[in-house]
Design a binder for this molecule. Sequence first.
Ligand SMILES: NC(=O)c1ccc[n+]([C@@H]2O[C@H](COP(=O)([O-])OP(=O)(O)OC[C@H]3O[C@@H](n4cnc5c(N)ncnc54)[C@H](OP(=O)(O)O)[C@@H]3O)[C@@H](O)[C@H]2O)c1
Length: 334
Amino acid sequence: MTDSKLYPESVPQAVPAAVGLPALGLGTWKLPKPQAPAVIREAVRLGYRHFDCACDYGNEAEVGAGLASALREGLCRRDDLWVTSKLWNTYHEPKQVRAACERSLRDLQLDVLDLYLVHFPIALAYVPFDVRYPPEWVFDPAAEKPVMKPIAVPYADTWGAMEALQRAGLVKRIGVCNLNVSMLREVLNTASIRPAVHQFEAHPYLTQERQVRFCQSEGIAVTAFSPLGAPSYVPLGMARPDESVLADPVVLGIAAALDRTPAQVVLRWGVQRGCAVIPKAQDPAHLAENARIFGFSLGEAQMAAIDALDRRRRFNDPGEFCEKAFGTFFPIFD
Ligand SMILES: NC(=O)c1ccc[n+]([C@@H]2O[C@H](COP(=O)([O-])OP(=O)(O)OC[C@H]3O[C@@H](n4cnc5c(N)ncnc54)[C@H](OP(=O)(O)O)[C@@H]3O)[C@@H](O)[C@H]2O)c1
């Protein structure tokens, strides 16, 4: 496949409800630092314009180096890019929010973020940058039994500090992640700046139809994380290999009928229901394949067949992994 054939259908299109959020982004969780600059540069070359980053991914400096090299080479202009970062759990106290954002900006080599999200509705005790960065989940990793140290910070207070970032021009938009509908309603009740985006797990085995519908009815753009489902979680022991939607007979059948790959079909389903999708890929073949989702579409019956695969299977559930990995029972969706 030549670049000229690849490019036209890899140009991201904006999610309708949103403020120009490109429907295809590149996820960067678990993107290894050594490979990150080259993967990011290659992604820009392939037409990716939306990059999903976070303090917690531990690689913002390397992602920033990749973006900087793409910009230096003239592969795109800064205005063409949409860069998202996320406020980590240990910085929910309003007095910590600005410094956390400034640290992400510095690492990403940017003056302004296109979007800054609150990563989880989980407030943990502050860990100074010089003690540990990123701080991750447990308060004292050297403890005999490391655990999380939750603190009582009203979400509305954190949100107020997020609003201040937008007013100060450090970020263009603010948003939320991993909220249930009740909590999102509560944010809308008190916010003076509404969330532009809600990012949550969504794939054919967790379609989140009502959450998507609620956000869209409120004019809040949806970003689906882990849009490919299980593959991200199998190596972490959080999903079984036989739970992969990429091997589902319905998806395989549609892929064969359209002469596309299962990943392209699943991502296309995601954007066609009006969500942005942010698949992470470091394998060059995956990176190129995932970008090519705008030159075909799924028919109504194909969309419905994928909708019907829903199993309400959540792979990224703090109610499960916080207890297993961080010694702390911390459900948030229940
Ligand atoms: N807000 C939150 O709480 C939250 C939580 C989780 C994730 N996220 C964001 O969402 C992004 C995406 O989610 P994710 O990384 O969990 O999962 P994902 O993007 O659904 O899946 C990534 C995995 O799928 C593989 N893959 C990629 N393209 C493929 C293809 N065409 N065929 C087969 N396998 C393919 C990747 O392999 P290779 O890398 O080897 O190519 C990787 O193992 C994250 O990177 C992060 O930016 C946000």
